[in-house]
Design a protein. Sequence first.
Length: 240
Amino acid sequence: MEDEYYMTEEQRILRALQEEEKDKKFLKRRKKLLIVIGILAVLLIGFFTYEWIYDLNHPKMRKPVLYLYPEETAEVMVQLDFKGRLTTTYPKYENGWQVTAKPDGTLTDAAGKTYRYLYWEGVSDVDYDLTEGFCVKGSDTAEFLENALAQLGLTRAEANEFIVYWLPYMENNAYNIISFQNETYTENAKLFIKPQPDTVIRVFMTWRAGRKAVDIPEQKLTAPERTGFTVVEWGGCEVR
């Protein structure tokens, strides 16, 4: 303030112009920053909107889980080649799962944590064929699944875990159109396991709710005999 007191009128005007120029530069920089922030916000919103729309419009593979039953305790590496986007895995999938597997199916990771199975979910644009299968009343779904899963090679414990997961989605529908997928699913979600298992059973159910009963050719259900190191997987997908 003291310096300004001794300024001439010309100096005061010059300082005012300098301050005005500083304000203009500040406002200009702030405007550029706001534009950059706006562009980033639009890009982020666009990305997450795309992800949401993609997930909404593509079938979601729900709870495929993998059980490993070696004949003796063994170190097992499991890799998944999925033609889609993984949305959830547990334990965390990092270029594969590396676990110690016991004959009873108990899995242990490098940190010493134990698991009943390896779990993943994802979305994909695969088209599933439901032209063969079964039309089942919602109230009959539990009994149907008990019989079908036994034919497909699941143990009672594995079938129980399958049913308690899926039954709440299905039993209150008037009808369920159900088809168990084979190559369409396995080619879309390939498994690579070391050491190589002797028996692999992969059960993947696709289904949709229906208001009326429909006639569809009945699907034949079979399973390989469990011998040696056995890998079992089950999962499903509601087709809308």
